[in-house]
Ligand binder design. Structure first.
Ligand code: C2E
Ligand code: MG
Ligand code: MG
Ligand code: MG
Length: 278
């Protein structure tokens, strides 16, 4: 009897996997259409100075609103896009739209300092990434020294040698580089020495427990000291409470973003938010 169940459950498992593959394929196709049909939009989340809440920049976060459906979060569709070169098309689109926004920012409106864009590994390592970025900056010259690319440690460590070359080329274009979700990888920090990185983003998972787990606070304190030694800017991610902000201030963290200050929002709302800040 048991022998008969085992093969049966094996078949069932395979079928589940096949359905999973089907679902991802469906999502991937839908996403491809979404890109064409302008169902993707940019949201912006402010980044503020800890000491006086001055606006330092915004992070661009992608949103997908299928017509008639509920919004699909990037945590769901970005990994699917990352399985194919679709992520390069999406990434190019996000970069292009972001640069267009910077270039066309209405005169007289408070302009956020830097605009940070998330870049996936496959996109970052695509052969003509730097050439395309360079062309984009020629098309939108106002973006020089205004754009930051956020990459994760995994992106860099995939190929350290190539990453170093690429990062230097990107820096030469007047584009800044930030390490996203810093502290969550498995790597040593030694690679930071060798790379032209400008900024670290401390992952939300540390900030979340800054006031309840002394170990997490100690790790944040260490990472902040490391940043000082390496002359890197720091942004704390996912700050939700006044207490977390106070703790970051106590540790001399320079900048933060999080729901406490503002959620990611569409452009009209960002404009209203900026106007309100004065
Ligand atoms: P990320 O780059 O680490 O972005 C930060 C995420 O934390 C965002 O989630 C943001 O909405 C969320 N967040 C910000 N403040 C808080 C807070 O106080 N509390 C909580 N709970 N969350 C907060 P989101 O927008 O869902 O994006 C998730 C991830 O998807 C991003 O993580 C990034 O890895 C990826 N992503 C988003 N947009 C893009 C894009 O245009 N290109 C690529 N390649 N990846 C993107
Ligand atoms: Mg990010
Ligand atoms: Mg992050
Ligand atoms: Mg994150």
């Amino acid at each position: 009897m048991a022998k008969r169940i085992a093969p049966g459950s094996h078949v069932f498992f395979s079928q589940e996997m096949a359905e999973e593959v089907q679902e991802r394929l469906r999502l991937s196709n839908a996403l491809q259409q979404a890109l064409k049909n302008e169902e993707l939009t940019l949201y912006f989340q402010p980044q503020l100075r800890v000491s006086d809440a001055q606006l330092l920049g915004v992070e661009v976060l992608l949103r997908w609103h299928p017509p008639g459906g509920s919004p699909i979060p990037p945590g769901h569709f970005i990994p699917v896009a990352e399985e194919t070169s679709l992520i390069c098309d999406i990434g190019d689109w996000v970069l292009q739209q972001s640069c267009r926004r910077i270039q066309q920012w209405p005169a007289g409106q408070a302009l956020p300092g830097r605009v940070s864009v998330n870049i996936s590994a496959r996109h970052f390592h695509s052969p003509d990434f730097v050439a395309r970025l360079s062309a984009l900056l020629q098309q939108y010259p106002a973006c020089r020294n205004r754009l930051t690319l956020e990459v994760t440690e995994g992106v860099i460590l995939e190929n350290l040698q190539e990453s170093r070359t690429r990062m230097s080329q990107i820096k030469a274009l007047g584009v800044y580089l930030s390490i996203d979700d810093f502290g969550t990888g498995y790597s040593s920090f030694a690679y930071l020495r060798e790379l032209p990185v400008d900024e670290l983003k401390l992952d939300r998972s540390f900030i979340q427990h800054i006031d309840t787990r002394p170990q997490d606070k100690a790790i944040i304190a260490c990472l902040l000291e490391l940043a000082v030694i390496l002359k890197l800017a720091v942004v704390a991610e996912g700050v939700e409470t006044e207490q977390q902000l106070a703790s970051l201030s106590e540790l001399n963290c320079l900048a933060y973003q999080g729901y406490l200050a503002a959620r990611p929002m569409p452009e009209p709302q960002l404009m209203a938010w900026l106007a309100q800040q004065g």
